[in-house]
Write a protein that binds this ligand. Structure first.
Ligand code: ADP
Ligand code: MG
Length: 292
């Protein structure tokens, strides 16, 4: 098979591991720089050009779309879908997964456990919004943040009010969330491929002062045994968002596991190095089944 990895850089760990895993299983693999693709949207014959020539024909494409290029990346994936190329995650699922609010709304409809989350536009009802999510301490999040940037813990109503006022003033979309204190700065990343959890790790914030477990914020990862409930929840969440490959983040709360976040282009480095699982290989195996 000829497999394309849609990614900005070939030297990123995840990208190079996917290339390596594809080649190890006897496939041809190439990295396609997402931003160097351009599209011809004509009826009957949609095409993609790449660096001045029509893009080669691929049997399958693995999209690795960074948060900063979601819009353009999703357009490239959509164009590939129009051309009949098998895409590991489709453009609609990528777009859904990237929007924290949209994915939580979809999950809530299906009864998946979530932290209580509020979203508002007007400053007038801030007091009620704060009350709705259980009062302080609470978490305020940028809708399109990643790697823990734009996730703020506020301890008092007064602080919450000022932070919300500031962000509303700047016209950024933010949501307000119940703080899951008992998670103790930890969460569980479940790596889902083709309806199975292929690997899981626990991420723990680096110090007691930090509540964000992101590895980019100094979080420390260890392998973890997940419960059947957590496994089922991760698989269901990926399915509801429509992702074949997903990083599903779960926090352990007093009322059971809750979904914190869904990632459409989860990194491979942390999970592979922590668990020793060949996650890239699992993705390539999924591609083989999907193309067949
Ligand atoms: P990002 O997309 O930036 O990773 P997340 O929503 O995943 O944003 O939040 C980053 C981290 O902050 C989470 O992994 C978790 O450790 C912590 N966190 C976020 N929201 C809450 C919350 N409501 N309660 C407790 N911890 C939280
Ligand atoms: Mg996260």
């Amino acid at each position: 098979m000829k497999i394309g990895i849609l990614s900005r850089k070939s030297n990123l760990y995840s990208t190079s591991r996917l290339v390596e895993a594809a080649r190890a299983r006897g496939h041809q693999a190439e990295v396609i720089d997402t931003l160097r693709c351009y599209m011809n949207i004509t009826s009957a014959q949609p095409t993609i050009h790449f660096k001045g020539a029509p893009l080669d024909t691929y049997d399958a494409v693995i999209p690795r779309i960074g948060a900063s290029i979601t819009f353009y990346g999703a357009a490239v994936v959509r164009q590939l879908e129009m051309m009949g190329v098998f895409c590991v995650n489709d453009s609609v699922a990528i777009t859904r997964g990237r929007d924290k609010l949209r994915s939580l709304q979809l999950l809530s409809k299906k009864g998946i456990g979530l932290p209580i989350t509020g979203f508002a536009h007007s400053l007038d009802e801030i007091q009620d919004l704060i009350k709705m999510v259980g009062g302080p301490p609470l978490v305020i999040k940028f809708l399109e943040g990643t790697q823990g940037i734009g996730v703020i813990l506020v301890e008092t109503s007064k602080a919450a009010r000022s932070v919300l006022e500031a962000f509303f003033g700047l016209k950024v979309n933010i949501m307000v969330q119940e703080y899951i204190k008992e998670a103790g700065g930890a969460d569980i990343r479940c790596f889902v491929v083709g309806g199975k959890v292929v690997a899981a790790m626990k991420r723990q914030a680096e110090s007691p002062e930090e509540f964000r477990s992101n590895l980019h914020r100094g979080g420390i990862a260890t392998p973890v045994e997940i419960t059947e409930e957590e496994r089922t929840m991760a698989i269901r969440a990926a399915h509801i968002i429509g992702l074949n490959v997903a990083g599903i983040d779960i926090v352990r709360s007093h009322r059971g596991p809750l979904i914190m976040e869904v990632n459409a282009s989860p990194g491979l480095e942390g999970i592979e190095k922590t668990t020793g699982v060949d996650v890239a290989g699992a993705i390539i195996q999924f591609v083989e089944k999907g193309v067949k």
